[in-house]
Design a binder for this molecule. Structure first.
Ligand code: ADP
Ligand code: MG
Length: 472
């Protein structure tokens, strides 16, 4: 083997050399490891102190070391192949410094860091203005079998927005990571090029802002339709989360279509998320759905136990919580619905055990999770809350819904309200009738039947009811 040349280069390695060296190692490992291991553990490594026969592999947490030990021989082999020499490697924990935005406010030490501190501050303003939450990053998104494709596409987009995957349509059930990934795209793009005009919004805000803009066009308020248009049509990257909210609302849908077209035509990146695939939007005009198909569509599936465990363990390590593997594994086994509930259960276990001044043991965990399942049932919803959302969704006034008018645009929301009140509360039909303008219980029953029948026959009704239910 001809090693002398390589030795010289690697000796006294400068930053660039390490980078280059590590890139080659990653190239090998990416093909040899399963994607979860690669993305979650190997990518957390920062190599340091590279010499011709040794390198330190630093990672942010002790837990990474434990995981990486499993792949030690594979990693070593890749390093030796690239370095063309026998190597010694060690994994070292090194806390990431300066990643705490809160610290930036203390401007006591204004040494050479001053510039970059100011820079960072501006960036966090940009993040906020874009509608993003800095908490959602690729770094703290754990990849597994269920979200692998979505994760890969999201990363590719964040590297080259508007280029390869456009539009990106991401769908899944609730709590599985759509918002996290979408926001991670925005955060990453802003991190790479802070001047990019990233706009994150939800289908619901899009709808509300449009309504506000239209209303103020009639003489009230200050937000004009023009400003609305500018905000969205001047975006370089438009991220709309939970797009299902705008479906079936003619004017919102049309505005969305025009926004979409304007951006798409000028090669701007569009990312949309939803609780269902585009083909299920039977109500959405063909010309819109066919556009989705010209980009890429991916879903996130339910997480398997491995992923659930990895998420909780990472969370524990980041927060330095004192929770045993046994407890984590139990929660991960037990809560299989979605990641939001998984995180919720973990938090509940933590807070309850903290209140009792002990670290969580299995008995405590079992009793909490058992109770949780029971209390998770419906929270007490009031008829008023339901009526409010129904009115907001159909853009009608509650006095009209309670009143005598029998025009279709009032009757439908009235019946949907009856149906949802019955479904979501324990109120007897009589009280529902009373609440809705003093109607008797047979009228309420009739309304509920009507909606029930339509739910089977008409997709429009089904989508409307789904949407309102979600708003509630
Ligand atoms: P959705 O938008 O699909 O309803 P979210 O993106 O809000 O779901 O995710 C719910 C919670 O679960 C968030 O706190 C998010 O950070 C977390 N989460 C989801 N997927 C992952 C993942 N793969 N790794 C780490 N956290 C995750
Ligand atoms: Mg979401």
């Amino acid at each position: 083997m001809n090693t002398t040349k390589t030795d010289d280069v690697i000796d006294d390695a400068k930053k660039e050399d390490i980078k280059d060296f590590w890139k080659k190692v990653l190239g090998i490992l990416e093909t040899e490891l399963n994607p979860t291991a690669y993305n979650t553990w190997v990518r957390s490594i920062t190599p340091e102190n590279l010499t011709k026969n040794s390198v330190d592999l630093t990672v942010p947490m002790e837990y990474n070391v434990k995981q990486l030990e499993k792949y030690r021989s594979l990693i070593l082999d890749a390093i030796e192949r690239v370095g063309k020499n026998k190597f010694k490697i060690q994994f070292l924990v090194k806390k990431v410094e300066g990643d705490n935005v809160a610290e930036l406010d203390e401007e006591k030490d204004l040494g050479p860091l001053f510039e970059s501190k100011k820079q960072l501050k501006a960036d966090s303003k940009r993040v906020e203005r874009a509608g993003l939450n800095p908490r959602f990053t690729f770094e703290n998104f754990i990849m597994g079998n269920s979200n692998q494709l979505a994760y890969a596409i999201a990363q590719a987009i964040s590297e080259n927005p508007g280029e390869s995957y456009n539009p990106f349509f991401l769908y899944s059930g609730v709590g599985l990571g759509k918002t996290h990934l979408t926001q991670a795209i925005g955060n990453k793009i802003l991190g790479n090029s802070p001047k990019t005009n990233v706009v994150y919004t939800t289908g619901e805000s899009f709808m509300n802002e449009l309504i506000e803009a239209i209303q103020s066009g009639k003489g009230r308020g200050k937000y004009t339709s023009n400003e609305f248009r500018n905000k969205f049509r001047k975006a370089d990257v438009l991220l709309i989360d939970d797009i299902q909210f705008i479906i079936g609302r003619e004017s919102t849908q049309l505005e969305f279509f025009h926004t979409f077209n304007a951006l798409y035509m000028s090669g701007k990146q569009i990312v949309l998320t939803s609780d269902r695939p585009p083909k299920d939007f039977t109500n959405l005009e063909k010309r819109i759905t066919s556009r989705f198909g010209s980009g890429i569509i991916a879903d996130i599936q339910y997480p398997d136990t491995d992923l659930r465990t990895a998420i909780l363990r990472t969370k524990r390590d980041i927060n330095r919580d004192e929770v045993s593997d046994e407890v984590i594994d139990y929660i991960a086994q037990y809560v299989s619905t979605n990641i939001r509930e998984l995180e919720g259960a973990y938090l509940q276990v933590l807070t309850t055990s903290r209140a009792s001044g002990r670290s969580p043991n299995m008995d405590l965990v079992e009793s909490i999770l058992g109770k949780n399942m029971k209390t998770q049932r419906k929270k007490a919803l009031t008829l008023n809350q339901i009526l409010k959302e129904v009115c907001r969704y159909y853009a009608v006034k509650s006095v009209d819904v309670k009143g005598k008018r029998r025009t279709k645009n009032i009757v439908i929301p009235r019946q949907v309200a009856m149906f949802l009140m019955r479904e979501l509360t324990e109120e007897p039909l009589m009280s529902i009738g009373q609440f809705l303008g003093g109607r008797d219980h047979t009228t309420v029953m009739h309304g509920i039947r009507k909606v029930e029948n339509e739910l089977v026959e008409m997709t429009k009704t089904r989508q409307d009811v789904d949407n309102v239910r979600r708003m509630i």
